[in-house]
Structure formats: structure tokens, C-alpha cells
Design a protein around this ligand. Structure first.
Ligand code: KG4
Ligand code: ZN
Length: 350
């Protein structure tokens, strides 16, 4: 079965072709980052309009790459939620129209399930069961993944997601949006032990996390330094030192909680998914947990992409419906997916 996957939940348009026998055949991505950068964040209306412009060319590019025509697609998977309503609608209506025109089934995919399963697209695939750390701009969660559709929430951030904290901190340090990756590059030039930021909820006794206080600690430090220096701009070295300590604090919390999640579940496989999974320091820390094998999706599949949606769609072919009815779910708890349970009582996903 050849499954077309469509992703449009936020500021990336993705299309991909996954073959249930041959694996991932092609994936194409367009990021809107540059378009949103001048506004300092994602502008939903611009995002929706741009998705509409990109969806067909990206789909055609995938088909062209593998020398296939539209009529060879057997099913179409799209991100049904969670995400920005208008952006989701752009992808959903494109997917539904194509499915209707081709007379093929349509599969609505949960964006987080896509992220959770994305490591299975790598060369080094984890076996079930595993602990997944989903760490993106919108989510920071630990899940026990026992099979397709069998996800248990172990803990999550009670406020900002780790990626959001990276981006907000980068913004207050004057880095262009989205600054997470840039901040992490600058951290390489930072000196240790110049700053000391809190490790929030490190000893909370559960697997929940909090990152918004960390961002405030950075803001307080920046304000203090600037006040002392008569409101001068931060020196590059000071900024890099802050980046380093901020990243150390986030990574310390994530890696400590990851150890606790593994100990609590008795599992020895850790899978890291989501945009912050591209962070070099996090990779370093999580690769050195004793007795644990850590898996990362290929870098290109860490951030939002169509490949994970095509794959999750292929794994959920049984849920396919006819193209006549489609809807999007901007807010959609992952617990609504059959087989998902919440250990903490917190809602899964946004
Ligand atoms: O999964 P993703 O592409 O989008 C969703 O949020 O669903 O993740 C994007 C997030 C952004 O917050 C971005 O700043 C962060 O991942 N990110 C990073 C790095 N690369 C991307 N954060 C820290 N270090 C990085 N290298
Ligand atoms: Zn995502």
C-alpha cells in the first residue's frame, strides 16, 4: 500500500510517500520559518495561506521523485490535530479532496502519534515497548509506548514546553525566531559556572516538569546585568554563557526525568522525538544512560514532517474512512486514541 502523508499543523508543510512493503520512499518539506521570523512568532493566517500554496507542489515533488502518478496512491493520511485550526484545515481539505477525486480512503492522524512513531522510520528501529520523550515546541511528555495505539502518559510539562522555553529565552536574548537551535549553537561557546539557573521540579518525585520559571530566571539575570552596566547590551560572551547554563538546566531536568521514567517502567529503551530532539547536548546526555539504549529519529524527521504522518497513517489503515467526511481537531488529547491511558490524570496533548 502506498500512503501519502500530509502535515500542516503549524509552520511546516510536509508531504511524504510511505510504502508498507518498501518503507519511506520520498518526503518533502517546506518550512515557513523565514516568513514568520519578522513577526517573532507564527502568524496563523499567513501559515494557512502558505500551506495552501505548498501542498500540491510538495505532493507532486514526492511523486516525481519515485516516478509515480497520483493514481498509484492507495490511501491518504493527514494531520487531523492538534495544531492551528486554519493550518490543519488547509491540509485536511487538500487530503480529503484528493482522496475524494481518487476514490481512496482517508486517515486522520494525531500529530503526536506521528512524532512518537517517527523513530521507527530510522535505520536503527527500536522494538516495543519503549519510553518515549516527546520534546517539541508544543509538548514535553514522557510516554510508555507498548505498541501502535498503546500509549500511556507518564508525565509532562505543567507549563511551557521545552522548545517553547528555548524559543522564548532565545527571543529575550535577541536571537531571531525560532531561536532554539541558534541558542544551542551559541551555548557551545559559553563558559561553565558563570551563571546558575534553577533545575525546576527536579526533585518533585514525579515525572512532571516545568520550564517557565527557567525563562524568568534568565530574564532576571539579563535585567540585573543590564542595570549594573547602565543598560548596555549584553556582551557576546555573557550571552553565550547564559545560553550554556540555560541549556544545561533544561537538559539536566530532561535527562534526570528520563532516568526516572525508565526506572519507573522497568524499560530499557528510550526514544526521543520532536524538534528539541535535534539538540546536540540533549543527545549527548541521553546517550549515556547506563543499561539503556537511546534512539533518535533521523535529524530531518525530528521536526514536523510528512513522513511521520504517512507512517502513522500506514500503521492505522484500519481507521481509514471514506473521503466524504473530514474534520480537524485543533485541541485533541492523545488519550482519545483508543488504547491510550493517562497515569497522572493530566490531559494528554493539548
Ligand atoms: O517538533 P517541532 O518541529 O514542532 C512542534 O513544536 O511540533 O519542534 C520545534 C521546536 C522549536 O521550539 C525549536 O526551537 C526546537 O524545536 N528546536 C530546538 C533545536 N532544534 C529545534 N531546540 C533546542 N535545540 C535545538 N537544536
Ligand atoms: Zn510537532
Amino acid at each position: 500500500m502506498l500512503v501519502l502523508g500530509i502535515e500542516s499543523s503549524c509552520d511546516e508543510t510536509g508531504a511524504a510517500l510511505y510504502d508498507t512493503d518498501a518503507g519511506l520512499l520520498a518526503h518533502e518539506l517546506h518550512t515557513q520559518m523565514a516568513m514568520h521570523a519578522e513577526y517573532g512568532g507564527v502568524v496563523p493566517e499567513l501559515a494557512s495561506r502558505d500551506h495552501i500554496r505548498r501542498l500540491l507542489p510538495l505532493t507532486r515533488a514526492c511523486l516525481h521523485k519515485v516516478n509515480k502518478g497520483m493514481s498509484e496512491i492507495d490511501a491518504i493520511a493527514y494531520t487531523q490535530g492538534p495544531g492551528l485550526g486554519g493550518a490543519l484545515l488547509a491540509g485536511a481539505s487538500f487530503a480529503a479532496s484528493l482522496a475524494f477525486a481518487l476514490g481512496k480512503p482517508l486517515i486522520g492522524v494525531h500529530h503526536l502519534e506521528g512524532h512518537l512513531l517517527s523513530p521507527l522510520l530510522g535505520d536503527d528501529k527500536p522494538e516495543f515497548p519503549f519510553v518515549a520523550l516527546l520534546v517539541s515546541g508544543g509538548h514535553t511528555q514522557f510516554m510508555a509506548v507498548r505498541g501502535i495505539g498503546d500509549y500511556e502518559l507518564l508525565g509532562e510539562s505543567v507549563d511551557d514546553a521545552a522548545g517553547e522555553a528555548f524559543d522564548k529565552t532565545a527571543k529575550l536574548l535577541g536571537l531571531p525566531y525560532p531561536g532554539g537551535a541558534k541558542l544551542s549553537e551559541l551555548a557551545k561557546q559559553g563558559k561553565p559556572d558563570v551563571f546558575s539557573f534553577p533545575r525546576p521540579m527536579l526533585h518533585s518525585g514525579d515525572l512532571n516538569m516545568s520550564f517557565s520559571g527557567l525563562k524568568t530566571a534568565v530574564l532576571t539575570a539579563v535585567n540585573r546585568i543590564q542595570a549594573e552596566a547602565g543598560n548596555a547590551v549584553l556582551s557576546e560572551q555573557t550571552r553565550n554563557d547564559i545560553c550554556r547554563e540555560f541549556q544545561e538546566a533544561v537538559v539536566a531536568v530532561l535527562s534526570q526525568k528520563a532516568r526516572a521514567a525508565l526506572a519507573q517502567t522497568g524499560l530499557n529503551r528510550l526514544v526521543v522525538a520532536g524538534g528539541v530532539g535535534a539538540n546536540w547536548r540533549l543527545r549527548q546526555a541521553l546517550n549515556h544512560i547506563k543499561g539503556v539504549r537511546t534512539y533518535f529519529p533521523p535529524l530531518a524527521l525530528c521536526t514536523d514532517n510528512g513522513a511521520m504522518i504517512a507512517f502513522a497513517g500506514a500503521m492505522n489503515l484500519a481507521k481509514a474512512q471514506s473521503a466524504g467526511a473530514f474534520n480537524v481537531k485543533p485541541r485533541w488529547p492523545l488519550s482519545d486514541i483508543v488504547g491510550t491511558t493517562s497515569a497522572t490524570g493530566l490531559p494528554l496533548g493539548v
